[in-house]
Design a protein around this ligand. Structure first.
Ligand SMILES: Nc1ncnc2c1ncn2[C@@H]1O[C@H](COP(=O)(O)OP(=O)(O)OP(=O)(O)O)[C@@H](O)[C@H]1O
Ligand SMILES: [Mg+2]
Length: 246
């Protein structure tokens, strides 16, 4: 398994946010995390990226226990790319600088090599002409694609995507989803939290329904989304359909 989460537990004060949660992700697999607001999707992704410390349980990346306190979090994050809902680009830096900044600071790789890779990615996602632009000259969808490119220049083993389309205008969602579908075709291993059930169905190999910090149901998209076994999953999907999001 490329990623394996074993019996994770996380509390914030009295709130149990991850409750004996286990999850395995094979190399090249795409796993979609779905579930109501507050079910623990973001917390799980943040724990995997070591932005939040688990109270209990073990997270393994390529078999290595990354929750071991002796592990250097920077070295782990170099193997994991993470993109958030709000793209968080620095407004005072060009697109190219936004992408190359982090790798160059954290990993000391040759600047020219990183820049070359950044430009190749921008070209691939149709943003070659924007390398010298500032973020405020880009649409939300373009900014989000830049943020994804930023997560890719380290050639991560694993990409974590947290609601990367939910801050976008509906007409801009498609271009970001197309980019993610392309990454899947490349064989990128991804865990993505999403409220877009249609997208989860299209791109995910497995859908994991979280409920109160636990995995309530998991399986192929057509099963979990099309013919769920658990009453809680059915309730959740009924609410999504009501909201017109399926
Ligand atoms: N830093 C924190 N301090 C206290 N409580 C937190 C913190 N981060 C998350 N929580 C709580 O943990 C629970 C799970 O939150 P989380 O953000 O993981 O949910 P989510 O599934 O990503 O929800 P959404 O769909 O709204 O993004 C919520 O009850 C939230 O209030
Ligand atoms: Mg969230």
């Amino acid at each position: 398994m490329l990623l394996s989460c074993e019996s994770l537990r996380k509390t914030f004060g009295p709130t149990v946010v991850l409750d004996d949660l286990s999850l395995e992700v094979a190399e090249h697999q795409v796993v979609a995390l779905i579930g109501a607001s507050g079910s623990g999707k973001s917390t799980l992704l943040r724990c995997v990226n070591l932005l939040t410390e688990v109270d209990d349980g073990v997270i393994r990346l390529d078999g290595e226990d990354i929750t071991d306190p002796r592990v250097n979090p920077d070295l782990v994050r170099r193997r994991i790319g993470m993109v958030f809902q709000s793209y968080n680009l620095f407004p005072h830096m060009t697109v190219l600088r936004n992408i190359t900044l982090a790798p160059d600071k954290v990993h000391g790789r040759a600047a020219a090599e990183i820049e070359e890779q950044a430009l190749a990615w921008l070209d691939r996602v149709g943003l070659a002409g924007k390398a010298g632009s500032y973020p405020d000259r880009l649409s939300g969808g373009q900014q989000q694609r830049v943020a994804i490119v930023r997560a890719l220049v380290n050639s991560p083993r694993l990409l974590l995507l947290d609601e990367v389309t939910s801050a976008l205008d509906p007409e801009l969602v498609g271009e970001v989803l197309t980019m993610i579908r392309g990454l899947k075709d490349d064989g990128m291993t991804m865990v993505l939290a999403t409220h877009e059930m249609g997208f989860a169905r299209q791109v995910a190999d497995r859908v994991v329904f979280l409920d109160g910090g636990r995995v309530r149901e998991a399986g192929p998209p057509e099963q979990v989304l099309g013919d769920p076994v658990e009453a809680r999953t059915r309730q959740f999907l009924a609410r999504i359909i009501e909201a017109g999001r399926l």
